[in-house]
Ligand binder design. Structure first.
Ligand code: PM9
Length: 460
């Protein structure tokens, strides 16, 4: 049998396990009501399979854990920082490495350094924390992703691509007011969809023609590289490591949440090629994060990130990681459950509009679906629709995204295929009972990033 037709298995074995609790329906009913029907407000002890996020929830390797014992906790000049700096330079290729406590710390710093009030930042779909930091620095975010990204059923292989015409229009209509293009690899809110290498390079070339920088959100860049290897003409046979380098080379810097690709429980960084921008960023760093040789991380965390970066670009790791996501997605697709296609890198995104056509968007269908899923078997997912989109910074009106999704996010190296089977069965059960699911009313709305802490009650 040709090798590619044979089964694959994870390139690791399990050394430590953590027990999980199976709850009763009554316990879950009480827990979700107490959580205000927001899965972010559940206690993890009440969750059976936790697919809220792949952020900081991965299983670190024995090498990462042993690295933690080597953490140099010196306030200044930590050896662990220099090991992190060397790993970032080697794997991603940027010159200046500025550690932060997590991804949004890096977003805060780069937004404050590069944005002037009244500026415009184009990007391939918004991400919650990224856009908020851009807005808080005085910019307006403009979505320049291709139209297919907003269509859950489009099978375009690179739904993370930037529409170059839309981007050029932003440059032409806002001369001197575009500090940088914000490009994500992969695009989280579109369903973990990749950008092609050709498009990334075209964005870089176009932006530089207009004197505009490109800042990459490299949080899941290794997963993006895998899709390029699998789908982009001419790239098959190239390693994930090479493709990661190529993607980063088509940017002027990156922000990174090391809680995703690099499989650390906490951490992040900003990386840049321009010395003057890096100097300004380091100066702000001491105000918001910490000295430039720890930036909010302990020495042991920098060790875990440095080792995790190297592990994240191994082809066999990514093949198994995305293979598991694909396994769950294929089960749901074959069962007729509406999901975002093609299946993305870090999770399966249920299309709540198609799942619950009887629940209008103002009644928060994705939020209601995530709560119903938890009730069925204790599986925790996350809303990625109107609640996550929040309100327009100028008009205060609720933003109404075309995509109204529930994300089943797969942590790295944590769950087995059996957990995926149980998850698929629960989703199918909820799908069969979909007509009984009602919408929600928001009873508490925080001002910023409301999805984290909002509370709801069922509509009658
Ligand atoms: N992403 C996620 O679950 C954790 C926060 S939930 C809104 O997907 C991208 C593409 C992310 C991301 C976090 C951040 C921020 C930046 N870019 O959470 O601050 O997916 O480390 O990173 C989450 P931090």
């Amino acid at each position: 049998m040709p090798l590619e037709r044979r089964s694959w298995a994870e390139p690791f074995k399990i050394k430590v396990v953590e027990h999980v609790r199976i709850t009763t329906h009554e316990q879950r009913e009480r827990a979700i009501a107490e959580a205000g029907y927001n899965t972010f407000l559940l206690r993890s002890r009440d969750v059976y399979i936790d697919l809220l996020t792949d952020s900081g929830t991965g299983a670190m390797s024995d090498r990462q854990w042993s690295g933690m014992m080597l953490g140099d906790e010196a306030y200044a000049g930590s050896e662990s920082f220099y090991r992190l700096e060397a790993a970032v330079r080697r794997v991603y290729g940027y010159t200046h490495v500025i550690p932060t406590h997590q991804g949004r710390g890096a977003e805060n710093i780069i937004s404050r350094v590069l944005i002037q009030p009244g500026d415009v930042v184009p990007g391939n779909m918004y991400f919650t924390t990224t856009r908020l930091h851009q807005e808080m620095a005085g910019a307006r975010f403009v979505d320049v992703i291709i139209d297919e990204a907003h269509d859950s059923s489009s099978e375009h292989p690179f739904k993370g691509d930037v529409d170059l015409n839309k981007l050029e229009r932003v440059f032409q209509e806002n001369p001197g007011r575009v500090p940088y293009v914000s490009v994500a690899a992969t695009v989280n809110m579109a369903g973990g969809q990749p950008i092609s290498l050709a498009n990334m390079r075209a964005v870089y070339e176009l932006a530089h023609r207009y004197g505009v920088k490109v800042i990459l959100d490299a949080t899941r860049v290794a997963e993006n590289a895998w899709f390029i290897q699998q789908r982009e003409p001419g790239q098959l046979g190239r390693s994930v490591a090479e493709l990661v380098k190529d993607l980063c080379a088509a940017s002027d810097g990156c922000t990174m949440s090391a809680k995703k690709d690099p499989i650390a429980n906490i951490g992040g960084f900003l990386a840049l090629n321009d010395a003057a921008i890096a100097e300004a960023a380091c100066n702000l760093l001491v105000v918001f994060e910490g000295l430039h040789t720890y930036g909010g991380m302990a020495g042991r965390d920098m060790e875990a990130v440095a080792i995790g970066i190297e592990e994240s670009i191994q082809d066999d790791h990514i093949r198994a990681r995305i293979g598991q996501v694909l396994y769950l997605g294929e089960k749901l697709r074959k069962a007729g459950v509406p999901i975002v296609l093609p299946i993305g890198g870090h999770g399966i995104f249920l299309d709540a509009r198609a799942f619950l056509p009887h629940v209008p968007q103002e009644h928060y269908p994705a939020q209601a679906l995530a709560a119903a899923l938890y009730l069925d078997a204790g599986i925790r997912a996350m809303e990625r629709g109107i609640v996550s989109a929040g309100r327009d910074a100028v008009t205060g009106e609720e933003r109404k995204p075309k995509l109204e999704l529930v994300r089943l996010t797969i942590p790295r190296r944590v769950y087995t295929q059996a957990h995926m089977d149980v998850t698929a069965e629960s989703v199918c059960e909820v799908f069969e009972q979909r007509e009984s699911i009602r919408g929600l009313r928001m009873t508490f709305e925080p001002k910023l990033l409301r999805f984290f802490q909002a509370r709801f009650e069922p509509r009658q």
